[in-house]
Structures are given as structure tokens and as C-alpha cells.
Design a protein around this ligand. Structure first.
Ligand code: UD1
Length: 417
């Protein structure tokens, strides 16, 4: 099982290019199911989750090709309408094929994703929304079986904003008869990117990026070409890595305005940042302060950067209170940070982090994607060699993170045992 050995203490220095966003690319690839023919996506990161999506699309009868960062999909009439358990359990986002399959072909059989390390993560809001569009849905042997003649537009009010739910419903509503309104929609930049592609395919969507999205159904969509937005979570992770190592790093091909909440917290903590339209530079800060933060849906502080920011707070001057409101079990990195010498008291959804003078290397274990990034970052700042186990979590969501960190001067080695 892959491990990463990280020798801490070197400031990261230099310039690195940000990859395309995993969380934008996944729904975009699934949206291709709405129109037969060839779809072309540029700036698609080379990641495990993208490979899992390709496998699922191929299982459904598509041909896929990922050369460099260009991903081509030739969508044909499906040879199967089933997303099997073995493919869905690897990646929860597989549920995003449900909306497109129902809207385009009126049938789908998709495995329930099951639990995951960061919480139960149900899909009830996806299912309630699709029912409101007229889909007949049944749960049988761990699968959602869906059928419909043609979906019909309706008004959907999400009890709480859901990123995947908004994406599934927005895709489904594009081919429904009549108008759909999604209220309390998620406002993440990935939703806007998906809406932009659907519009390019011929969909009529307004309001994406706000809490009310309106979709006028059309009878047919056509394939198109699109460039995926920059990965704001990779950008944030690398900014925090630079901060933790007292480095001086410039990130290119990123979108600073997608990270306003993180930038505000870094500045509050004492860091100086220079931002232009597509670049960001973070400068070294000798001693930063503890700041409180609460995760919440966009544009508030992203839950996907909570673990990494906590690593930064372990070495801050003073105390930081970190509150997680999006997922119920997203503090599994805490015990591992404590192994490195951090002083953290976790409660159910609140962690109190008291800054310490130094972290010290220890063997630690990654439990999920963002926790793995948090541990690598903490290792970069710890004294000695930290070994991070189960590093495959990192590969699910970060393109060449070890190579990017190495290019900035980090001492990192992968090993099989
Ligand atoms: C997406 C991101 C993930 C990020 C999360 C929150 C992708 C592929 N993944 O996940 O990286 O951490 O947004 O920003 O884009 N919920 C329900 N019922 C539902 C759906 C969601 O109760 O039907 C709950 C979830 O358990 C969670 C909250 O709503 O507590 C937000 O989840 P959601 O926004 O749906 O996250 P994902 O789309 O799964």
C-alpha cells in the first residue's frame, strides 16, 4: 500500500500551475449522457475519480479517451442503464448519472452509494427532487430503479443546499417538459461551470451561482466542447502548504475570486497575498495567529479545506476554534495531527486548536481525500520524516500533488511499504 515520506522544514518556493477542478469535471463528464455524439473537455485532471467515471461511462456504452488533459467522450445509445455497485462504491459522484439517464432515456438503475468516511452522505434530496420532476423511483436490493415517460418541470426547494443534488436536478431538468425552478440551490463555482456547459449544449438555464436556478426544458441537446475551471481546492491546499512552510509561492491558472473565504482567513491570520485575475502569490509570514472559522456552503469557507487549514492552525500563535457544519464526521485528521504533536480538543462538530511551537514527525494514516492532504501538509512543517499511510486517498483528488510539491522544493518520496 502506497505511503508518502515527507521530510519537513523546507520552505516551499517557486511557481506552480493549478489543474482543472475534479469536482467540476465529474458532473461535466456525466452531463455528456444528455446528448449522443462527441463531447470534448479540456483541462481535465488525471485522477483516480476521473478514471472511475470513464469506467462507468464505458460500462454505459460510451467510448472515452483521456490524452494529456483532453477528455473525449463518444456517447452512443446505452448498452446498459445500470451503474453497478462495484463502480459506484469507488466514487459517490457516480450518482450523477441518475438525472441524465432518466431525462434522456427514461430509465436508470443506479447503486446506492453507501456510507463514506466523512459521514452518512445520503442522496434523499436527489431522489425527492427527481420524484418532483415525475420520475418513478424504487429502492430494490441496494439499487435505485428509476423510470419515467418524460420528466416534467416543477418547483424544487432543497431543505439544505446540496452540490450533487443541484447538479443532478439541473441536468435532469434540461430535457424535462416545461420549466423547473430550484430554490436554495448550491452556489459553488462547479455548478456555474456545469450550467455553462449545459447552455453550450443548448440548454436554457439562468441563475446558476445564485440560490435560485431556472431551467426551461428543451427537447434535445447537442454535444459541445468545454474547458474545465481551475481547482479551487487544489489552489487552497497549495496556498496553505506554502503558508505552513513559511514559503513564497505563486500559483498560476487559478481563480482567486473562488477562494475569497480562504483568502480572508489567511489575511486575518497574518499572511500577505497578491492576487490578479488568474494568479496568486503568498508571501512568508514568520508567526501567524490563530483564527476561528466555520465551514458552510459556498461562498463561505469550504469544508474541503477545513482539514488543511486546521494543520496551519496547529502552529499558529494562539487558539483557533474550527466548526464543521457541512459534514457530521469530518475531524478524523485530528487524532493524526495530535500524533504529530498538535494540541487539539475535538467535540462533535467543533475543534479547539491551541497553537504549538513545533510539530514532530510520526507515522500517520490518511482516512479520506482532504485529510490525506492535511497530513502531507503537516508533514512538510514537522521536524523529521513523517510517513503518511493510505496515500491512495490523495490520488483520488489531487493531480500529481507530490510532484507539484517537489517542484517547489519539498522533500517527498513515495514508497510501496
Ligand atoms: C460535493 C463535493 C465534495 C464537497 C461537498 C460539500 C463533488 C464531487 N463533491 O459533495 O467534495 O465536500 O460537495 O461542499 O462535487 N445531503 C443530504 N441529502 C442529500 C444530499 C446531501 O442530506 O441528498 C447532505 C450531505 O450529507 C452533507 C450536505 O448535504 O451533509 C452537503 O452535501 P453535498 O453538497 O450534496 O455534497 P456532495 O455533492 O456529495
Amino acid at each position: 500500500m502506497d505511503k508518502m515520506k515527507v521530510v519537513g522544514g523546507r520552505p516551499l518556493m517557486g511557481t506552480v500551475q493549478i489543474s482543472g477542478a475534479k469536482n467540476a469535471a465529474l458532473p461535466l463528464l456525466f452531463s455528456s449522457l444528455l446528448a449522443e455524439g462527441e463531447h470534448v473537455f479540456h483541462n481535465v485532471p488525471r485522477l483516480m475519480d476521473i478514471r472511475s467515471t470513464a469506467q462507468l461511462l464505458e460500462h454505459l456504452g460510451c467510448e472515452t479517451e483521456h490524452i494529456g488533459s483532453t477528455f473525449r467522450i463518444l456517447v452512443r445509445p446505452p448498452k446498459s442503464f445500470e451503474a453497478p455497485y462495484d463502480l459506484v462504491r469507488k466514487m459517490r459522484a457516480s450518482i450523477l448519472c441518475l438525472g441524465p439517464l432518466l431525462a434522456k432515456y427514461g430509465q436508470a438503475k443506479v447503486s446506492l452509494p453507501g456510507g463514506c468516511a466523512i459521514g452518512t452522505r445520503p442522496i434523499d434530496l436527489h431522489l425527492e427532487g427527481l420524484k418532483l420532476l415525475g420520475a418513478q423511483l424504487e429502492l430494490e436490493n441496494g439499487y435505485v430503479l428509476g423510470t419515467t415517460k418524460r420528466l416534467k418541470g416543477n418547483m424544487i426547494l432543497f431543505e439544505s443546499p446540496t452540490v450533487g443534488g443541484t447538479e443532478n436536478l439541473m441536468m435532469a431538468a434540461c430535457l424535462a417538459e416545461g420549466e423547473t425552478t430550484i430554490e436554495n440551490a448550491a452556489k459553488e463555482p462547479e455548478i456555474v461551470d456545469l450550467a455553462n456547459y449545459l447552455i453550450r449544449m443548448g440548454a436554457q438555464i439562468s441563475g446558476a451561482g445564485s440560490s435560485i436556478i431556472k431551467i426551461k426544458g428543451v427537447s434535445k441537446l447537442k454535444p459541445a466542447t468545454h474547458t474545465v475551471i481551475a481547482d479551487r481546492i487544489e489552489t487552497g491546499t497549495l496556498l496553505i502548504a506554502a503558508a505552513l512552510t513559511k514559503g513564497d509561492v505563486t500559483l498560476t491558472q487559478c481563480v482567486p475570486t473562488d477562494l475569497d473565504a480562504l483568502i480572508a482567513k489567511l489575511k486575518e491570520s497574518g499572511f500577505e497575498l497578491e492576487c490578479s485575475t488568474s494568479q496568486m502569490r503568498i508571501k512568508p509570514c514568520a508567526r501567524w495567529s490563530g483564527v476561528d472559522l466555520t465551514t458552510a456552503p459556498h461562498p463561505a469557507f469550504p469544508t474541503d479545506l477545513q482539514a488543511q487549514f486546521m494543520a496551519l492552525m496547529t502552529l499558529a500563535n494562539g487558539t483557533s476554534v474550527i466548526t464543521e457544519t457541512v459534514f457530521e464526521n469530518r475531524f478524523m485528521h485530528v487524532q493524526e495531527l495530535v500524533r504529530l504533536g498538535a494540541d487539539i480538543t475535538p467535540k462533535t462538530r467543533v475543534a479547539v486548536v491551541r497553537g504549538v511551537k513545533a510539530l514532530h514527525a510520526a507515522p500517520v494514516m490518511a482516512t479520506d481525500l482532504r485529510a490525506s492532504a492535511c497530513l502531507v501538509l503537516a508533514g512538510l512543517a514537522a521536524q523529521g520524516e513523517t510517513v503518511v499511510g493510505r496515500i491512495y486517498h490523495l490520488d483520488r483528488g489531487y493531480e500529481g500533488m507530490d510532484l507539484k510539491l517537489k517542484s517547489l522544493g519539498a522533500q517527498i518520496v513515495r514508497s510501496e511499504n
